[in-house]
Design a protein around this ligand. Structure first.
Ligand code: PFF
Ligand code: NA
Length: 454
């Protein structure tokens, strides 16, 4: 309880609904939409996977997004503090604080590989813009990416740049830093995306891209694919990473949580689908494979840009978009830790950024080295990076999501949640979903993944 008493300093607030929507959409829209969604969709065979993913967004993602923003706003503090306070309000054990902790920690773990991949995106702005890939063969592009991954110093350089930018923004504070950054970057992001969709339409393979995304073949779907889709629904909506709870803590009381959560969920899904509509037509137009894995954006796509008119220009724009999307997500991955440090230890944001930044930088070396020095060191067939991604996305996030759903649906009182979300049919639908549907579906998908259904 000492912690509750020690961190009662008032939280900052967004200037209004729009600022929150931009910041939360900025958090949601990131590498998850533009890098991960297309490559896992490619790996898991296309449309059937997309449909499972969309179902997860609807039945689990959006209700849980509402729950997290609600917990943040009612708790008015960093996730551990908010969880403890709301558990107290409900007469439940303060141990629920741990769930807040898991969120902060997950955000921290995610950011440690997020900055490295975001670093690839920044490096590729210059590579692509300089015409490196013009008329390059698949082998040449593959070798270029291999050389990037093979050089720890280069990876550290670009990753540190992204981390420094992230911390710089976060150090400036919620209004001066986060809010100004998203006001500037989010409109640019959407504009770039539309320009690129237009470009993909000129490839002549737009329909084949659509077909791949929307014409399902359920035979290709394994239990593991379903778990990956579930995990991705969490990752893409920034759930269970502390970010949405923390952003919710800064949300003015009058704003409708249901409407904003729906807007954020729709925009995030739209960006993922549009990113697929940019990438797959380009891939097919050049006779390339959609199932290339994490290298889809960094090998397959540059080959495609290299063959196309104005490819260097549009390729560079593509990686600008990816970098911007990554940056607005990265700030939401460190903000929970910074909010906790400033609340708990009464230190300045600048110090909190410095402290968590140093730790983060050290942790990110694990991801950097898993592509070169430690490439051969694997556990269950996964490198440090692969394992971290798998552990966070496929296990920690769905599991802590399960507990957040149980907390919002069963521990918090009906009165408390109704006060935050408002009465009406929408509320009853939310409550039913978060109490029954979301938990049951999460559990079923876990059982399915471990092979219970054969
Ligand atoms: N939603 C981000 C993406 O799709 O790239 C990743 C992310 C951000 C996950 C913040 C979790 C989080 F708390
Ligand atoms: Na996302």
């Amino acid at each position: 309880l000492g912690q509750v008493a020690a961190s009662t300093a008032a939280s900052p607030q967004w200037s209004g609904r729009m600022a929150f929507v931009l910041a939360a959409t900025g958090s949601a829209v990131g590498l998850g939409n533009i890098w991960k969604f297309p490559y896992i969709t490619g790996e898991h065979g296309g449309a059937a996977f997309v449909l499972v993913y969309l179902a997860c967004i609807l039945v689990i993602g959006i209700p849980l997004l509402m729950a997290e923003v609600m917990i943040g706003r009612r708790g008015r503090h960093n996730p551990p503090h908010a969880m403890a306070a709301l558990a107290g309000e409900a007469g439940a054990s303060p141990r629920w604080r741990w769930l807040g902790w898991v969120g902060v920690l997950t955000g921290f773990l995610l950011l440690s590989f997020y900055v490295v991949v975001a670093g690839w995106a920044v490096a590729y702005i210059f590579d692509t813009g300089a015409g490196t890939f013009n008329a390059a063969s698949g082998e040449q592009v593959g070798a270029h990416f291999g050389a990037l991954l093979g050089s720890p110093l280069t990876l550290i350089f670009w990753g540190s740049l992204v981390l420094a930018l992230t911390l710089g923004i976060v150090a400036l504070g919620v209004r001066q830093g986060l809010e100004r950054a998203v006001n500037l970057m989010m409109p640019g992001l959407f504009l770039l995306l539309l320009v690129l969709v237009g470009y993909a339409m000129t490839t002549g393979h737009f329909m084949q891209g659509l077909e791949f995304l929307f014409n399902p073949d359920f035979g290709k779907l394994s239990g593991n694919s379903v778990l990956v889709a579930l995990g991705h629904a969490f990752f893409t909506l920034s759930l269970a990473g502390g970010g949405m709870m923390t952003y919710g803590a800064y949300l003015p009381g009058k704003v409708s949580i249901a409407k904003t959560a729906l807007t954020i969920g729709l925009l995030d899904t739209l960006v993922a689908l549009l990113a697929g509509m940019v990438i797959f037509p380009l891939v097919f137009a050049n006779g390339l494979e959609p199932g290339a894995g994490p290298g889809l954006l960094f090998v397959t796509l540059p080959i495609a840009f290299g063959q196309m008119p104005l490819g260097a220009l549009f390729g560079a724009l593509f990686f600008v978009m990816l970098s911007v999307a990554a940056l607005t997500s990265a700030i939401s991955l460190i903000e929970p830790a910074v909010a906790w440090l400033t609340g708990r230890y009464r230190i300045s944001r600048a110090r909190a950024c410095l402290g968590s930044g140093v730790l983060m930088w050290l942790l990110s070396l694990g991801t950097v080295f898993s592509f070169n020095l430690w490439e051969q060191h694997t556990l269950f067939g996964k490198t440090f990076f692969g394992g971290l991604d798998y552990l966070t996305s496929s296990w920690i996030m769905p599991l802590s999501g399960l507990f957040i759903a149980l907390f919002a649906g069963w521990v918090m009182s009906r009165t408390a949640t109704e006060q935050e979300l408002g009465r009406g049919p929408g509320y009853r639908l939310w409550r039913f979903t978060i109490r029954y549907l979301s938990p049951v579906f999460i559990v079923l998908m876990f059982l399915n993944a471990i092979g219970v259904f054969g």
